[in-house]
Design a protein around this ligand. Structure first.
Ligand code: ZN
Length: 326
């Protein structure tokens, strides 16, 4: 069946008509070119099952996968002034906003939520690269401040998932002002003695790497993520030199001391929980998702009910004894 669904069907469809494959059924891995069944890819948190390439994942899907039982409460973010500069390039800024809202189904480029991961209360802010390149405007600044304030108020650690192309040019200097604002927000957490963990995802660039995305107590990155201030192409053109292989990618930065960890998306949940519990002096995490209901006490086995193997084994011996004791 696998051979038919994974190889024969895509080949036949590509030979005859592309329109016969609904776009939402198959995705092509941009790294290795494997056709991936959509549901399988979603179950694997948008990581290629063939080459482990980490594709983009929306903040909402990420939070659903992280929080216990997929349950979280959104933290309200104060609305900034809309289009303060009356900015217009080929399109007016409000039109671009509307288009981004329609295509992503989100209000802005950052989602803030609180809940529990393996029974560990946390606040999470996750940036959305698909929303105008995850650009840092006033709303994103407000979102980080709201997240930090909520974390301080509820004495919870803050986790931030970054993904950004930099500042939002439609907001001009007001966008750049989010760099000191968010730095002060991170400082609030440090003063309150609360952990701030940053997970850098592909790509995190520009002003974001010059402020809140680089100020974590622990800096984790997803494999292969591009993390930089100025991109490799700009640097290459400026210094007129060929850059080394993998330059500004997560693994390269880990090797050069810019990061603490590079962690596979599927191991991230476990790692975040262990880290946060260690940093806040809590006992080891509960394994798995939601804890199983409390086990109902089993009545002691009667010798006649005991499994045949156990009755004669050494392990069967203590059972009647403990039954007598209770
Ligand atoms: Zn792949």
């Amino acid at each position: 069946m696998n051979w038919i669904t994974n190889y024969v069907r895509p080949r036949i469809n590509s030979l005859f008509s592309r329109r016969e494959v609904p776009e939402n059924l198959w995705s092509k891995c941009p790294e290795c070119g494997t056709m991936l069944f959509h549901r399988e890819l979603t179950e694997n948190l948008n990581v290629c099952t063939n080459c482990d390439h980490h594709m983009a994942i929306t903040p909402r899907d990420r939070l659903t996968a992280l929080f216990d039982g997929g349950v979280f409460t959104e933290v309200k973010v104060p609305e900034p002034i809309a289009d303060p500069l009356q900015f217009r390039d080929q399109k007016r800024y409000p039109e671009r906003m509307k288009a981004a809202q329609k295509s992503t189904g989100e209000k802005e480029a950052m989602l803030v939520a609180e809940g529990e991961i393996a029974r560990t209360p946390v606040v999470i802010a996750a940036q959305d690269f698909s929303f105008m390149g995850g650009s840092m405007g006033m709303y994103v600044g407000n979102a980080i401040i709201a997240a930090a304030e909520r974390a301080v108020k509820r004495k919870r650690p803050l986790i931030l998932f970054s993904a950004a192309g930099g500042a939002r040019m439609q907001e001009g200097i007001l966008s750049l002002m989010q760099m000191p604002r968010t730095t002060v927000a991170v400082e609030m957490l440090k003063e309150a003695g609360l952990p701030y963990v940053v997970v850098l995802t592909h790509p995190t660039t520009g002003g974001v790497t010059a402020s809140y995305a680089m100020l974590g107590d622990v800096q984790i990155a997803e494999p292969g993520a591009l993390i930089c201030f100025a991109g490799p192409r700009v640097i290459e053109q400026t210094i007129r030199e060929k850059l080394p292989e993998g330059f500004q990618r997560a693994e390269y930065l880990l090797e050069h001391g810019m990061l603490d960890r590079v962690t596979h998306r599927k191991k991230l949940r476990e790692e975040l929980v262990s880290l946060l519990r260690m940093m806040t002096g809590q006992p080891a995490p509960v394994a798995g998702d939601l804890p199983a209901p409390a086990p109902t006490p089993q009545p002691p086995l009667q010798p006649s009910e005991a499994p045949a193997g156990a009755a004669t084994g050494d392990k069967a011996a203590p059972r009647p004894a403990s039954a007598d004791a209770s």
